[in-house]
Design a protein around this ligand. Sequence first.
Ligand code: GDP
Ligand code: MG
Ligand code: K
Length: 298
Amino acid sequence: MDKGFKSGFIAIIGRPNVGKSTFMNRVIGQKIAIMSDKAQTTRNKIQGVLTEDDSQIVFIDTPGIHKPKHKLGDFMMKIAENSLNEVDAILFMINAEEGYGRGDQFIIERLQHVKQPVYLIINKIDQVEPDALLPLIQQYNKMYEFEEIVPISALEGNNVDHLLELLKTKLPEGPQYYPADQVTDHPERFIISELIREKALHLTREEIPHSIAVVIEKIDPRGEEDKLLIQASIIVERKSQKGIVIGKQGTMLKEIGKRARRDIESLLGSKVYLELWVKVQENWRNKPHQLQEFGFKR
Ligand code: GDP
Ligand code: MG
Ligand code: K
């Protein structure tokens, strides 16, 4: 560990549409590129990694704390609450324009047992008069003891650098968890590939063997219209199987994609654009280097 290097995990929570993704995109800039396989070590979605000469902040999106878009329900909620205790700090983002609402009440209740410092981030200040901020600050101050309250505009960038500096100074000394060129990760990769595989097997009525593999080639959070772009390949062993998976004029593959997309969306709680390919790779099961490529190494 470099002396003086600071690092930590920071969770971003808040109701939908308060600007969490916009904030992440601004912070991480253009550099988002998905890593290939990573161990499924964290149950959190890593949104972005900000690496500078003397620090690294890993921003995570804690699934479940945004209220039940997730079908995993109670289980996810437990994980969400536990993981709030594992991070170094929490950013609780609200929308200056909307003010307090039931979704916030839900989150604040969950923060009651959290020991980590919680920053209240009042976003979209470009949308309100400056004198609207003080009453909002006073209102939230009564509900919770925040470490700091920081008004920003994620869209226009106001005060974002100040917030990052503040977070950096409060981070503990620690190692660089991720390589400097890695900016995001997606622990749900494996579940996504399993969902696609399940649909393929089911819809082809198991005319193709269970040994087919699904490789997630790319997950890009910056798809059009805030959709997550997911590109995946279904790997079969024979040309005849490829024909079955694709179906007449592509109808089978389309149906596989449609059903998988629905499940993935409800798993992730976000809109998804799913692109599927079918590839033939003979005897891939017997080739160790290919097993690695397909993500079976761990
Ligand atoms: P999330 O659901 O919390 O991730 O919210 P998004 O980042 O997707 O943002 C929801 C909407 O709010 C989008 O239309 C953004 O462009 C908009 N938005 C985000 N931050 C700001 C901001 O600081 N100012 C304004 N005016 N709009 C914002
Ligand atoms: Mg978002
Ligand atoms: K997004």
